[in-house]
Each structure stands twice: as structure tokens, then as C-alpha cells.
Design a protein around this ligand. Structure first.
Ligand SMILES: C[S@@+](CC[C@H](N)C(=O)[O-])C[C@H]1O[C@@H](n2cnc3c(N)ncnc32)[C@H](O)[C@@H]1O
Length: 430
């Protein structure tokens, strides 16, 4: 039977070599599924922290692993990675980390080597920690953009936030707010009247009232686009406002729109994601027109009053929650995503009524997917104007250009970090 640390190394191996997402990699590991809940939590913590500290750990490896490891020895490299993470960043006794790593390495005949490397790192721990900078963990493709557009200060603050354990935000259905003490029931803290922030400490299906369909998981920042849409149509009969939610699955924004009583159509190209959307919809006892189709092939009968475009993106705003993004430098195809975002905006413009709004958002903090995308859209579409999302409209985020919102992971008004997010609203004036 593999030990927890061996299982953590196996999973990390798949994340680094096959570029699996963290959640996929742990679900596929049979040994992980057999572990006790306490050991599962330990494995999760080791892997996530190793990914969050990837840059800092690589610096230590470059200095202390002097013998070059071959491609086939990647397991040993990952064993060293998780051990460095535990030695430097998790409060675990050094002897237990080193002993366990040496035991695992024995099967690969690397025990002496691993022992030497790790003991040397333990001896130099204070020196390493003094000079190791958190910014190293942010890969260049994100770092350069933050530095150029938001400055070094922002980079430092974001680097500090992303190494912390993220919270989970629970969006409670409006009609149940005040009916029960949700903070107490869900063991969390209310950060807005309908959002309870909890510790991410176990399967959400096991949290109280999950099966009753009273709440869903949705990070606070991703609830902002629909909060803004609600403000626009505050004085109108919302049942008469038609909204197309483009890229709707797994569903958070559609669920908000439905509970606000808008006339919602939810479309997504992915069958797998749409299945999850429908499961969520049923559990929440909500109804919508759900369409599994490519929006470019969707034949509409009537133009929409509003089109919400939650576009596919690099997800650079989610690095606290999905730290595997930090190691995907070369695999993120920014150009391809930017071209898709542009096409989605153009399509939204075509199927929108005059006087209607496009609400564009991405869970990315990269300017090319956010502010630049909208500036280009406005340049090419003179029949559209930008809605100024100023402080009267939103008290959160940084206001960019002519009133676009950028929510950064270190948003000061919400303690504990938040998903990075970009939101802009444009109006079709003729
Ligand atoms: C950022 S995710 C959406 C998250 C979702 N709005 C939510 O709140 O849960 C982007 C979605 O766009 C969908 N998508 C990508 N290209 C599409 C297309 N051509 N037509 C429809 N949906 C598309 C993807 O399948 C993905 O589910």
C-alpha cells in the first residue's frame, strides 16, 4: 500500500507530465480514493502547496540538485519537489519528511541521493527562505502583463495572496436568506448578504442542505456580472427582459439570472459541461431554456435584450484556486483564446437588439483578454458605447479605461483572496 507522500508524488507526476488538472489527477488515482479523509486532506495540501510554490521550489532544485535527472527519473524530481515544499513551507517535522522520502526513493535506488539533497536543503533552510521571493511563483506570461499594466506593487500583493489556501464561496438563494442562520449552518462567514465564505475542507455534496437545492458554489467575484445586469434592469419587469447566457455551464451566472426572474436562455457548446449544468439546475429546482450548441450555429428567432458572454480564457485570475495554471506556461494559447473571445463578442453584437447590452467577462487578469479586447471591439463597432462602471455602480475592483472593472485576487474589501475577474458592459446604440 502506497504511503500518502508516495500518492502525492504519483498525482503530481501526472499534473507535470500529462498536464492533468489537479481535480482530474486526484480523481483518477485509485490509491488516493482508498485513503482516509485525513490523509486525503494531507495529500491535497502537499500537492496544492507544491504547485503554488512552483517557482520558489524550482530555484531550490536548480541550486541543490546538482546531478541532472533524466526524463525517466521525473518521479524522483517530483518526490524532491513535494519534500522541499514540506520542509520550507509546511510546518512538518523535517526528520519525518526526509525519512519518508528516502523510504520511497529506495524502490528507485535513489535513496542516498534524495537523502543527501534533502538534508542539505534542511541545513540551508533559513538562508533559502530569506532570499526566496514569492513573485518567482508567477510565470512570466502573467508576471509581465501585471508589471506593465498594474505595477510592481500589484505583483507583490498578488504573489502574497496566491500562496494562501483559498476559501469557497457559497451563493445562497435569495428567498432563503434570513430564513436560517446560514453562517452557523455552513460554518462560514457572510461576505455579502447572499454569499457565505467557508473553508474548503471536504466534499461540497456533504455540506448541509446541498441536496435541498438551497445554494450553489460560486466565487463572489463571478457573481458581479449578474449583479450589474440586475442594476441595469432594476426598474423593469425582468420577466420581459430576454438574456442569452453564452458559455453558461456549469451554471452559476445562469442560476443567478433565473432567480432574478429574467427570461433566460443558457447556451454552451460542451456536452460534458452542459450535463453538469442540468444536474445543478435540477438539484436547485430551477428552470431555463438550456441549449447545448455552438453559439455560432445557433439560429435565433428574436434578437436578445442582453447577451452575457463569459468567454473561455487563460483563467489567470484563478491561480490561487487552480495553481496548476502556474505550470502551464507554454500550453496556454493566449492568441487562440483572444481570437475566440473576439469572435464571441462579434457574435453577441449580431444577436443583440438596438438599445441592448453585452456584458463581457473573463476570469483572467490579463489585459489582452480584458481591457484590450473591449477597446478593440469599440474601435471596430462604432454603434456600441461603453457603460461606465464607476464607484456608484460597483464598490469593488479597479476601474480601468472608460469604466471597466478588474477584480484582482488581493481585493482589499474581501479578506482571504478572491478570483481575479474582468467585467465590461457595452451598449448597442444604433
Ligand atoms: C468560463 S466558462 C463559463 C462559466 C459559466 N458561465 C458559469 O458561470 O458557470 C466558458 C464556457 O464557454 C463555453 N464555450 C466555448 N465556446 C463556445 C461556443 N462557441 N458556443 C457556446 N459555448 C462555448 C465553454 O464550453 C465553457 O463552458
Amino acid at each position: 500500500m502506497s504511503s500518502s507522500r508516495e500518492i502525492a508524488t504519483q498525482i503530481l507526476n501526472n499534473i507535470y507530465t500529462k498536464l492533468d488538472f489537479f481535480e482530474t489527477a486526484i480523481l483518477q488515482n485509485k490509491n488516493f480514493n482508498r485513503l482516509e479523509p485525513r490523509d486525503k486532506a494531507f495529500v491535497r495540501s502537499i500537492i496544492l502547496n507544491t504547485l503554488r510554490r512552483n517557482g520558489q521550489i524550482m530555484e531550490v532544485i536548480n541550486e541543490f540538485v546538482r546531478r541532472p535527472l533524466k526524463k525517466k527519473d521525473i518521479f524522483i524530481l517530483n518526490l524532491i519537489r513535494i519534500s522541499i515544499c514540506q520542509i520550507l513551507f509546511l510546518e512538518i517535522k523535517e526528520y519525518s519528511i526526509v525519512n519518508s522520502a528516502v523510504q520511497i526513493a529506495k524502490n528507485y535506488k535513489f535513496d542516498k541521493f534524495v537523502n543527501g539533497v534533502l538534508r542539505n536543503i534542511c541545513r540551508n533552510k533559513i538562508k533559502i527562505l530569506k532570499r526566496s521571493a514569492l513573485e518567482t511563483n508567477i510565470p512570466n506570461w502573467i508576471k509581465k502583463d501585471i508589471k506593465n499594466n498594474l505595477g510592481t506593487d500589484a505583483l507583490i500583493k498578488i504573489s502574497k495572496t496566491i500562496v494562501k489556501e483559498p476559501y469557497l464561496d457559497i451563493k445562497v438563494k435569495k428567498k432563503y436568506i434570513g430564513k436560517k442562520n446560514w453562517e452557523k449552518i455552513l460554518n462560514g462567514e457572510s461576505i455579502l448578504n447572499d454569499i457565505i465564505r467557508i473553508k474548503n475542507d471536504g466534499p461540497i455534496e456533504e455540506k448541509p442542505f446541498f441536496n435541498d437545492g438551497i445554494w450553489w458554489v460560486q466565487n463572489f467575484s463571478s457573481t458581479l456580472p449578474v449583479r450589474l445586469i440586475s442594476k441595469i434592469y432594476n426598474d423593469q419587469d425582468k420577466t420581459k427582459v430576454s438574456i442569452l447566457d453564452v458559455g453558461a455551464a456549469p451554471g452559476g451566472k445562469s442560476f443567478q439570472l433565473i432567480e432574478e426572474n429574467f427570461d433566460v436562455t443558457s447556451i454552451d457548446i460542451s456536452e460534458r459541461r452542459m450535463r453538469r449544468f442540468k444536474e445543478n439546475l435540477n438539484r436547485l429546482k430551477l428552470k431555463t431554456k438550456a441549449v447545448c450548441k455552438d453559439v455560432f450555429e445557433y439560429k435565433i428567432h428574436k434578437l436578445f435584450d442582453c447577451v452575457l458572454v463569459d468567454a473561455p480564457c487563460t483563467a489567470s485570475g484563478l491561480i490561487q484556486k487552480k495553481p496548476e495554471i502556474l505550470i502551464r506556461n507554454k500550453e496556454i494559447n493566449l492568441e487562440k483564446l483572444m481570437s475566440k473571445q473576439k469572435r464571441l463578442l462579434d457574435q453577441a453584437a449580431k444577436i443583440l437588439k438596438v438599445g441592448g447590452y453585452i456584458v463581457y467577462c473573463v476570469c483572467s487578469i490579463n489585459s489582452k483578454e480584458g481591457v484590450n479586447q473591449i477597446e478593440n471591439f469599440l474601435k471596430n463597432n462604432l454603434n456600441f458605447t461603453n457603460i461606465n462602471l464607476n464607484r456608484k455602480i460597483s464598490s469593488f475592483g479597479k476601474i480601468l479605461g472608460k469604466g471597466m472593472l478588474l477584480i484582482l485576487p488581493d481585493e482589499t474589501k474581501i479578506l482571504g483572496g478572491i478570483d481575479g475577474f474582468f467585467i465590461s458592459i457595452v451598449k448597442k446604440i444604433k
